[in-house]
Design a protein around this ligand. Structure first.
Ligand code: HEC
Length: 224
């Protein structure tokens, strides 16, 4: 490699291998099953939504834990959940299903879509297990098919709305392209030093999703 100061994204030459990562924070499941479309998985869907939409700075994170509610890992989340019974689960009944001034997330914050709410409801109905599946494809990575939905479920609870964290609205393609090309995206999701680690809690993204992001960056972060 030539020395120099070209503004190339600092993507390491080799993509992250699947050996040593923490796979989204739960190291107990070594080889998750393929995803069953009728099952909602905690590690794949529920935890990222709660971390992004509920456990942001000043809310239900480790530091603030508003109302004593911590929504960034399975053990703490289960303090608000009765498996199989959403109506008896504070997470659902006093949180997501609440309306008016007590609605969660608060009305001035980025909101869960009804589809995302439904996923959390279904997960509680299905027994609220700490489950995980393998459903990540690195063969056909596009912005609209891969990156945008990934950001929607794992980043935009903090990175969208009227005052997005880090002043980065990742529901915008242009912003996503900017952080892809200036190195911040690769740096933050790989937890490289001198970048803020993203997501900030709930564990690193699964290696396969980090690979998807790096592939998109190496392609030039196109709007495809
Ligand atoms: C719980 C809230 C939260 C979530 C979820 C989150 N971020 Fe952030 N992000 C922040 C905050 C807050 C900052 C501002 C930096 C800081 O103070 O840590 C930030 C900063 C950043 C930065 C700038 C980092 C730097 O070093 O300059 C990038 C890039 C970023 N986030 C990308 C992401 C991506 C991609 C995701 C999803 C995979 C994500 N974030 C998920 C809260 C969040």
């Amino acid at each position: 490699m030539l020395p120099g100061c070209k503004h190339e994204p600092p993507v390491p030459p080799e993509l992250v291998d699947d050996g040593g990562g923490n796979g989204g924070g739960d190291t107990t499941t070594v080889n998750p099953d393929p995803c069953d479309p009728d099952t909602v998985y905690f590690q794949n869907t529920v935890l990222p939504l709660l971390v992004s939409y509920c456990a942001g700075t000043g809310c239900h994170d480790a530091i603030t834990h508003e109302d004593g509610v911590r929504l960034y890992d399975y053990a703490h989340i289960m303090q608000q959940v009765t498996p199989g019974d959403p109506a008896d689960s504070d997470l659902w009944d006093k949180g997501i299903a609440e309306t008016g001034g007590d609605a969660m997330p608060p009305p001035d914050q980025p909101q869960l879509t009804s589809q995302q709410e439904q996923a959390i409801y279904t997960w509680i109905m299905q027994g609220a297990q700490n489950n995980e599946c393998l459903g990540c494809d690195t063969t056909n990575v596009t912005y609209n098919g891969t990156i945008k939905p990934l950001f929607q479920s794992k980043c935009n609870g903090c990175h969208s709305g009227s005052s997005p964290d880090g002043n980065l609205d990742l529901s915008q393609y242009s912003v996503s392209n900017t952080i892809a090309m200036d190195g911040r995206l690769a740096g933050s999701v790989q937890h490289l030093t001198s970048y803020n680690a993203m997501p900030p809690s709930g564990g690193m993204l699964p290696n396969c999703e980090i690979d998807q992001i790096l592939i998109w960056i190496q392609d030039g972060a196109p709007n495809n």
